[in-house]
Design a protein around this ligand. Sequence first.
Ligand code: HEC
Ligand SMILES: [Cu+2]
Length: 477
Amino acid sequence: MNGSARLRRLASYAFVAALVVAAISCNEAHPNSTLTPHTDLGREIDFLWDRLLLLGTIVFVLVEVVLIYVVFRYRRRENQGTPPQTHGSTKLEIAWTLIPAVILVFIAVPTVRTIFITQAQAAPGSLEIDVTGHQWWWEFRYPDYGVTTANEIYLPVGRTVNFRLRSADVIHSFWAPQLGGKRDVITNRTNYIWYTPDTSIAANVWNGFCVEFCGASHANMRFRVFTVTPQQFESWVAGQKMPARFGAVGPAAPTTGPIPPPHEGPAVTTPGGPNSPTQAAQAAAHGIAQQSSGTGAVGGTQPAIPRPQNAEANPRARLGAAQFPSVATASAGVAPGYIFPREKVPDYAIPHSPIPPGLKFTAGLTGNAHRGLKIFSGAACIGCHTIAGNPMAMGTTGPNLTHVGSRIAIAAGRFPNTAAYLALWIKNARAMKPEVIMPTLGLDEYDPVLKAKVTSATGGLTDQQIADIVAYLTALK
Ligand code: HEC
Ligand SMILES: [Cu+2]
């Protein structure tokens, strides 16, 4: 291939590449783009980026024009002798020292200004959120409200939020690209980042990520930010402050809902519960995984959250108020406070992770939340999980499950929060998420970390027991 043919070929490659870049950047949907900020902090950084990009482009174009001109204008011609050689030029040296210095001033002034703004302390009266990075999930505490959650935060628009970032183990990094950031989460050190979500972004969901490699499941360490109106936030806080709600378990319960493998379509509830036919119809209409409150569950491939159902009678009689007082007094299956409507969650915020091949769950099982509460409270779970209102569950190694039923995803955004995924998760978390700290708990399941099978001697749970636990957890709105 001669030189000009090669040049032409390169040019056509470059042209195609430019087209691809243009096509990608014209696409509307950029849910994780950092170039469309929705907070004050995000805009400060965006301003700096725009300014530097502009200056850099001007310098680049000037330098390239001069370079190309010089290459062609002064290229070697035939029969040309050695051109005159020069050594040293004070004028030139002053020029090429001064020009970059001036350029640097233009870069330094906005940079330093932005650093001062973004590193300043948050304004007084900000909403404080304590963020703790764990391998591989996020713990969020609202110290002013006594609310603890995992992997999902609600922020009122228009109010500055001040994140206090700490790590429980290794270095992580906290980043919700469209809101602002990112900032490292470091062991034995508290970092801060604050921003104020624009009032225009109420009723939105934003993806968040861990962006510092922190081990096997680093890529599975995500979170969701819900930006809501101040009123919705107050309502959400009020609900989250309450102890666990058990769900609507009526006197006629248990109504049933078999748990199919998640790759099968939504199953049909067995008749029995007062709401069952309506629920089934709703589920069919919305393609939503169905959940009959307090009892067994149904999952489809649809990553839906159980919808609140009508509140029913008090389960106190069945549970024994003395043993689980708060659980027993809670009677409604309806979430006690505002929760972001499941059907409004955009697709980019819904997990699409595949289920590991070989992991199966007995189809058609019916869970019972009463039994689930007892099994949960007597199993290893309570050593790692807290459920406010269940005095047995006080562990802090894993996420707080007090209102786990009101979250859209589990396992730090890896799977949708439906009965079917919950069942598989409890059965073999380590198959669902590599090397996760939560052990494999399903009877006869293979624990890929311990490299051993789970037996009944090591507390292995049957599918029926897991279905019961799932009924209990999904009732915790
Ligand atoms: C050794 C501690 C440990 C034990 C025992 C344990 N878990 Fe977990 N669990 C964890 C950890 C850690 C996570 C977070 C995993 C992740 O996302 O990386 C977790 C996550 C979960 C989640 C998802 C929560 C969320 O918001 O993402 C559920 C549900 C859950 N566990 C239920 C159970 C149940 C039910 C049991 C008992 C049958 C149990 N766990 C036993 C440590 C444990
Ligand atoms: Cu990480």
